[in-house]
Design a protein around this ligand. Structure first.
Ligand SMILES: Nc1ncnc2c1ncn2[C@@H]1O[C@H](COP(=O)(O)OP(=O)(O)OP(=O)(O)O)[C@@H](O)[C@H]1O
Length: 263
């Protein structure tokens, strides 16, 4: 499914959080949003999963203005894994994953066999099947994060929105999740802080600063030392991954010049 932010601005309490955002993701494309803290990544993503309404502009799904769809209809297409996807209720893991089926359901009939299987497969894929009967509140941060990904997959979305999905994950689960995102065939919109993981995962990156896109393109074209210095204030050494050819950034820690020497 094609996603487009069409001239999207978000203003809250007199502040412009996102400014005239024009960005698209083709069906099946993995688009990464990167940028410093507070640059507007989460705000831009919130407009896609309808936690926020743009003040100006529209978000389009296959050309349809999101606001013309019911919340249930858009939730059939868009699933989100976000920092706010927590619950205070101690559902079991299996119950949380089954909640992913909610947008597809009418009435209170039990899940079909196919839906049960879907939920089990989603839990297997995210390595949480062994936790099915545990209370969600008893899990570690990384385990809980993987359950939220399983719930999103159980939703059978066409668009997957993830805000910092690797937070809390150990390196194996980071690699597993991002490898899955690369190969899942869904349209993926993902905010990532780790530029190396973003380069390895995404077909295209959009770099945000102060709520505006300053650059979009393939990771190899975007992640130059100059751009990273200009946007993040840190000068990396950029090397090429020997097996995949993606750019990888090396940082030099120096207490005297934390940002490195300007280019
Ligand atoms: N409800 C709100 N009211 C006022 N300001 C807000 C609100 N939500 C976010 N902001 C501000 O908008 C800016 C963009 O926030 P956003 O969370 O989109 O950035 P981000 O790029 O995701 O940041 P981070 O990398 O730290 O997660 C920040 O300065 C934030 O403080």
């Amino acid at each position: 499914m094609h996603v487009a932010w069409n001239g999207v601005s978000v203003e809250i309490a007199g502040a412009t959080l996102v400014r005239e955002l024009d960005l698209t993701a083709a069906a099946g494309e993995v688009v990464g949003l990167v940028g410093p803290n507070g640059s507007g990544k989460s705000t831009a993503l919130r407009c896609v999963y309808r936690a926020l309404l743009p003040s100006v502009g529209t978000v389009l799904l296959d050309g349809t203005d999101l606001t013309t769809l019911s919340l249930r209809d858009s939730a059939r297409s868009v699933a989100a894994v976000t920092q706010d996807s927590h619950t205070d209720l101690d559902f079991t893991v299996a119950e949380v994953v089954r909640l992913g089926r909610f947008p597809h359901r009418r009435g209170t009939a039990p899940l079909s066999e196919r839906e049960d299987e879907l939920c089990v497969n989603a839990m297997r894929r995210t390595d949480v099947a062994h936790l099915a009967d545990r209370g969600i509140l008893s899990l570690s941060g990384g385990e809980r994060q993987r359950v939220l990904v399983a719930r999103a997959l159980a939703q059978e979305p066409k668009v997957l929105v993830l805000d910092e999905p690797t937070n809390h994950l150990d390196v194996r689960h980071q690699v597993e999740l991002l490898s899955f995102l690369r190969g899942c065939g869904l349209t993926v919109l993902v905010a990532l802080h780790d530029l190396n993981l973003a380069a390895a995962t995404c077909d295209r990156l959009a770099v945000l600063r102060h709520g505006s896109v300053v650059e979009t393109g393939k990771p190899g074209d975007v992640l130059t030392p100059e751009l990273v210095y200009r946007v993040f204030g840190v000068l990396p050494t950029v090397v090429t991954h020997p097996h995949t050819g993606t750019p990888q950034l090396l940082y030099t820690l120096n207490p005297d010049t934390p940002g490195g020497t300007p280019p």
